[in-house]
Design a protein around this ligand. Structure first.
Ligand SMILES: [Zn+2]
Length: 341
């Protein structure tokens, strides 16, 4: 089999097709070329050297494409002319979507926490001020209320409404803590994944919405050691690496004491890289022991029960894992980006 032979088949095919007027007969010609000429070309490939095989195989495939295209056009024309469906007509394979990288990550997190006995809980994205701020110990005049740039919902006579009637887009998933604890008896072990909203100007690291995963564990005599153990297991499983943790003091209204958790950079093994800003550590979790006021607001006896809560930004974790440098890619709907997952 040679290049010339294939060129010859191609010329012969195109000539025959050109001469033929009837789409029915054109289709027969296409079938004949695929079943006879092309199949003998493909059969003869095994006798060639691997270099030749690649070259001739490629040409034969190109010719096959031309013939199939001709068949398809004929089929379409035929269908339009007769209004019939040609069942022998080669089908079009449908485009299959893929699971969004954030959904994939969320599912992985849910599996890891499920193994530790955590229940996955969800709550509303349109929240009221009571659950988003007041129940979580944000004082009325507290600067944190201003710090969180919130998307408030326009309502008539808003100033005269109660905190439970004033609506906003939730700024964190922590509101679900109180919603869940109300009317239930401890111990609790839950995670709350979900979408949250901020009134941000978008750039490569800020979006108007993003995904959080909140965790809460309440019981008798829960300590920071329990938290370190749970969060350590989570990150070791997630990154499939023996990560180290570092706790630094911080402030959140709903926890006391509060801390930021840094995870050792598994990309550079703590040698320093752009992901960890050359520090060897990645700031990834906000956490703390749940403030007694939050427990009381949720009707849980704070003299008997205590526990910890934490929040992880899923977008940030996915960006670190896949070395994605722009958060907006998650929400842009660009298929070139999404097809990589
Ligand atoms: Zn690093």
């Amino acid at each position: 089999m040679t290049r010339d032979k294939i060129e010859e088949i191609k010329t012969k095919f195109l000539e025959e097709i050109k001469k033929e007027k009837s789409t029915e007969r054109k289709k027969k010609i296409c079938k004949k070329y695929i079943e006879e000429e092309l199949s003998s070309v493909f059969c003869s490939l095994k006798e060639l050297t691997s270099e030749k095989k690649g070259e001739i195989g490629k040409m034969a495939n190109e010719l096959k494409k031309i013939i199939l295209e001709e068949m398809k056009q004929g089929g379409e024309k035929n269908r339009k002319e007769k209004g019939k469906i040609d069942v022998t007509f080669p089908g079009e394979s449908p485009q299959i979507g893929s699971i969004h990288p954030l959904t994939k990550l969320q599912e992985r997190c849910e599996n890891i926490f499920s193994k530790m006995g955590f229940t996955v809980v969800e709550g509303p994205e349109l929240e009221n001020e009571w659950y988003n701020f007041d129940a979580l110990n944000f004082k009325k005049d507290h600067p944190v209320r201003e710090m969180q740039d919130t998307l408030f919902v326009k309502q008539k006579n808003r100033e005269n409404l109660s905190e439970k009637e004033k609506l906003l887009m939730r700024t964190h998933t922590s509101c679900v803590q109180v919603r869940y604890m109300e009317g239930r008896k401890p111990p609790f072990r839950i995670i709350v994944p979900g979408r949250v909203f901020r009134n941000e100007t978008t750039d490569s690291s800020h979006e108007i919405n993003f995904y959080q995963l909140e965790g809460l564990m309440i019981g008798e005599k829960i300590s920071v050691a329990n938290f370190k153990s749970v969060i350590g297991y989570f990150f070791r499983e997630l990154f499939q690496s023996d990560v180290q943790l570092r706790l630094r003091p911080s402030f959140f209204p709903f926890t006391e004491p509060s801390f930021e958790v840094d995870v050792s950079c598994s990309i550079c093994k703590m040698k320093g890289c752009s992901t960890c800003s050359h520090t060897g550590w990645i700031e990834i979790v906000g956490a703390g022991m749940v403030h007694p006021n939050v427990l009381e607001n949720a009707k849980v006896d704070s003299s008997k029960f205590n526990g910890f809560a934490f929040g992880v930004g899923l977008d940030r974790v996915a960006m670190i894992e896949h070395k994605i440098n722009d958060i907006r890619l998650f929400y842009g709907g660009d298929l070139r980006f999404l097809k990589q997952f």
